[in-house]
Ligand binder design. Sequence first.
Ligand code: NAP
Length: 339
Amino acid sequence: MTVQTSSAVVLRAHRTDVTQPPSSLLEVVTLPPQEPAAGQVRVRNLFQQLIAASGDLMFETTQIPMPVYRVGEPVYGPAVGRVVESRSDDLPVGTVVLHMSGWREESLLGPGEAFPVPDGVFPGPEYLLNQGVPAYHGMVNIAAVGEGDVVLVSGAAGGVGSMAAQIAKARGAAFVIGIAGGPEKARYLVDELGLDAAIDYRNEDLDDRLTELAPDGITVFFDTIGGSQFEAALRHTAFGARFALCGTLAGQVGGGDGGHPRFDIMTALVHEVQIRPFSTKHTPEQIQAWNTHYARWYAEGRIKFAQTLLEGPLQRAITAMDELLAGVHRGNVIVRLSD
Ligand SMILES: NC(=O)c1ccc[n+]([C@@H]2O[C@H](COP(=O)([O-])OP(=O)(O)OC[C@H]3O[C@@H](n4cnc5c(N)ncnc54)[C@H](OP(=O)(O)O)[C@@H]3O)[C@@H](O)[C@H]2O)c1
């Protein structure tokens, strides 16, 4: 078979400051023809997902527990694609797979690197490109959200937050409040995702709104932002509240107020707040638990795939990464690379 060249996004230099836009350090290059070795498949990518963590992985070192991107090499991230050449008995040509070697038109994948996308469960394979695993792990295993809870989610219009807030609703929480930037995102959370209320942190006072929406305090806080939003959540905590700390976007992106909130120990101890930071390992059990519930809740109409779908080519993924960190998009940000 004649294999054509394909394109990939490589890192030109490490990021040194969170205010640097990722696009200034990424470029599309043409790769030589790639042929699968025994056991490998060649996959034509259909969609790729952008995640905020990619901005961290561009630094020379990061605390994010994933391998950093290396200068001069293709970067990676979640994608789905179709097998176009196979030297694997398990993955014949035509199989659609989920994998982590995105940011390129084509990927060579070996055993254990490609996971078939089930047929007929969702409208398209891109529905598998979501941040549900950490959202489910944090909401269910860490915060133990359930009936009667008054839940606050920061970054609720983002990739993880949009799924976390809906998981809380699906688990029967009494009242779910999302925090997001701008009136359009706040409306989206209530009108489209079915949250009970939303706070636009760019235009509204967090304390005023939390006093109004949760007069008896919040019992669960799922935090992807940190900074002043964590501090506000602690001021409005109910006794015994569980805080599932997922991310610190306020420190990961430019223009934020830092990922290191002041921690009011007195309030935390008087209210016996359970502060539970977590780092999702994406174990087979965690992935299975999310996929099972996602498929069921989606079929029952209790959860939506919150997404922004952008049209490729790869160059578009680079500019979209800047936009993701600037809060331009909502939900899981997906780029279509081919049909
Ligand atoms: N612990 C774990 O296991 C785990 C796993 C996966 C991801 N994470 C973390 O979870 C967090 C969310 O990840 P994600 O991929 O879902 O990101 P994301 O929410 O898609 O990130 C982009 C969002 O960040 C918000 N943002 C940008 N600048 C901000 C600022 N200065 N202050 C407050 N918000 C700002 C924007 O929303 P607005 O427009 O609403 O401001 C934007 O839409 C990240 O910290 C990530 O590293 C943790």
